[in-house]
Ligand binder design. Structure first.
Ligand SMILES: NC(=O)c1ccc[n+]([C@@H]2O[C@H](COP(=O)([O-])OP(=O)(O)OC[C@H]3O[C@@H](n4cnc5c(N)ncnc54)[C@H](OP(=O)(O)O)[C@@H]3O)[C@@H](O)[C@H]2O)c1
Length: 300
């Protein structure tokens, strides 16, 4: 991104996988980076940059968020905070709505109160089960949609401009989340049989550096005044592959076969067999890191 002076960013979800990589990247590009965390947040993912960013511990109130936004004076807010649950139980309802609906709404309220009108929001391809305009794969995806519905009020009544990036699957080195590649790595090391679904579902994986680039391109659109109200874009590889094919690619890159028991467990309820493929591409962005290259970088 070209700029003459440091830009100020406020990031939510900065202790997470994507948010921490975004914060690191912005620091490397000399942005002034402010992040919002919770009293319970673990800050390890921010260790490498903690002396170069400003960290605000949010007490949960809207008033405190207003003070945080006032202190940070961001030109762009990157909203990545979210509770992800593929399936939920009754006890998850309140935290899901708190993290994915309430917190975001408090944030936007605090932004507009402070005259901050540029937001990069984070959605998910799971808002589009079976390629529908809206069909949530799970309650988590429904909360993402609910937040977008709430945004509409602010879009119609204030100068707020939003770019929502809809992420697919992301992967990269040192991913702390218990995701597929960690499972594959453990299976490769221990050679213990791993029961998986039949493996025909297609997966759309984007390497973390490419994901972060999409946030920068979205911010640049907002900065350049190109966003009229709310734009929504996919951050997709455009090349979904089956889980089986993905494991084959992994085996080729690491040079080892994995003892996978295909069909050893059923597909999940509402398993995404074919990822959404109707969203608009973010102008000026395309993924650069091919899957085999991304796996190599992860395995270093
Ligand atoms: N990664 C993917 O493959 C993928 C795919 C589709 C969409 N997304 C979306 O992309 C974004 C980033 O994903 P990720 O994988 O990086 O997430 P992640 O690693 O699970 O991190 C979630 C972040 O959200 C923060 N958070 C949750 N609830 C909060 C609250 N109430 N107040 C403040 N902070 C809160 C967490 O803070 P604590 O440290 O306090 O827990 C953490 O920093 C999310 O919006 C996610 O839904 C990700």
């Amino acid at each position: 991104m070209t700029k003459n002076r440091p830009l100020r960013a406020l990031i939510t979800g900065a202790t997470g996988f994507v948010g921490s990589r975004l914060a690191q990247r912005l620091v490397r590009q000399d942005w002034e980076v402010h992040v919002i965390v919770r009293p319970t947040s673990k800050l390890e993912q921010l260790d490498s940059i903690k002396d170069r960013i400003k960290i605000y511990e949010h007490d949960g109130s809207t008033e405190h968020l207003e003070n945080i936004v006032a202190a940070a004076k961001p030109e762009i807010v990157f909203h990545l905070a979210s509770l992800f649950l593929a399936q939920h139980h009754a006890k998850d309802i309140v935290p899901l709505i708190q993290s994915n609906v309430q917190f975001g709404t408090q944030l936007v309220e605090a932004m507009v109160k402070n005259g901050v009108y540029r937001l990069v929001n984070t959605g998910t391809s799971w808002q589009h089960h079976e390629n529908q305009d809206y069909s949530p794969v799970c309650l988590y995806a429904a909360t993402k949609q609910a937040f977008e519905a709430l945004l509409q009020f602010y879009l119609e009544t204030t100068a707020l401009k939003v770019v929502t990036l809809k992420l697919f699957d992301t992967y990269g080195p040192d991913d702390p989340r218990p995701k597929l590649f960690r499972l594959l790595k453990a299976t490769a090391e221990q050679q213990e049989p791993l029961a998986m679904s039949p493996g025909e579902q297609l997966i759309d994986l984007v390497y973390i550096d490419d994901v972060i680039e999409a946030y920068l391109v979205a911010a640049e659109r907002l900065q350049a005044g190109l966003v009229y109200a709310h734009e929504s874009y996919i951050v997709s590889s455009g090349q979904p592959i089956s889980l089986k094919e993905l494991v084959r690619t992994y085996e080729q890159v690491i040079g080892k076969e994995l003892p996978i028991q295909w069909g050893g467990r059923p597909y999940r309820p509402r398993e995404v067999m074919v990822p959404w493929n109707k969203g608009d591409k973010l102008p000026g962005w395309e993924p650069r890191v091919a899957l085999s290259e991304g796996i190599k970088r992860m395995e270093k």
